[in-house]
Design a protein around this ligand. Sequence first.
Ligand code: ZN
Length: 429
Amino acid sequence: MSQRMQTVRILALTISNGMMQRIRHGQMESAKVWVACRDELHRCMTERMKWPNRDSLQKLTKGRFAMHSQSVQMVCHAFLANVDTATQLRKAGRSEIRYPYRDKTFYPLYWPAQAMSIQDNKVILPMGRGRASIVFDRPEWLDKPAACKLIWNRTHYEAHINVDIPAKEMQETGIKATIDLGQIHQCAVTTNTGQALIVSGRGIRSAKRRMNKMHGEVTKLQSRCNKGSRRWKRLQLARNRNALRLERTIRDLRHKGTRQVIDFCHFNRVNTIYVGNPDGVRKIRTGRKHNQRMSQWEYGKDIDYLKHKSKQSGISSFDGTERGTSSHCPICGHRHKPSGRNWSCPVCGFKGHRDLVGSINMHDLAFGEKPTFPVSKDVTYLRPGTSARSVFAGRLQRLASRSSRPDQGQATGLLLHETMSSTTSGVIP
Ligand SMILES: [Zn+2]
């Protein structure tokens, strides 16, 4: 229980106009640092010199910008991280990836933990000697200085603050689960003990569709006015507000769905999960409408959320290919492409839910095992939003009432005790 991990909390800032201007100017200064780093990189590239590193960029940017010195350094570090990512992607064959080249007018402001200070329920972020600091109300949960960044969120400023949260110790139970990500279903999970969970993704999908329609409508209205005119700006504000609201809805659903998966794994005492990565599936072009859906499918976020939440719950996780998992019969291995939501095998007569087929076949890829296909009474369907914990708590209660009957043997009682202790030991965060 003593392990800790980092997570980010987002705080929408309610601040005066003056303070907003201060942040705005700071972000413009931050962008200048970024541009200076980029220019240095390009100079080194054309002159075939050694590429910039932390030390050289620190020397280059020292004392030149109207920001706190550590904020300047953090922009340099972020820049170098971008360069690193580009290098790695290019090495992996993505030759279309360019090194940072754009001009930036704004860039987020960063502070490391030691630069932030807290005084009388105010958070103070210094802008360097002789310049006014950025000050906002301290949120209740922030009790000590933490690394943070300020970003513009199209309608307001947000502080993204790194916080330390407790993580559970890993436990070796030998129970494994695989997760198949999808759009109709957000996640389909199967364990090697014959349990399964399907989390619906329809809420996310329909929110995305609403978003596309909204963008279309606003664009149509905007096409009738001059770009930058008062009416155009008013429409743009409406667009941003709507988009943000829908994005929040989607993010919320995504968090809730992945939380259900982790609660399910926790309930079933899973200690390792494998997440199938749909890279590749997305590259196939299949018509305009389907392409829009595919390109908006943020499975990378699902993978991130699952990894983060599983770490917090003491479950180890990794991801990898899901190639071919949805097109093979889990019983006889016959290959065929399913058309509806059900998978039926013309050779051996097997019938089952299509997404569970994908998930169950992944066990072989990930762990070299072939668990039995879950029977329908062991499959749980959830929409993100219904609390998985309450569903599982209800199930525990039913188990409890059943085992209190005298005709039940010792075995159920033992099993119950085990499952109870696994869900009640420590609060699921
Ligand atoms: Zn078959």
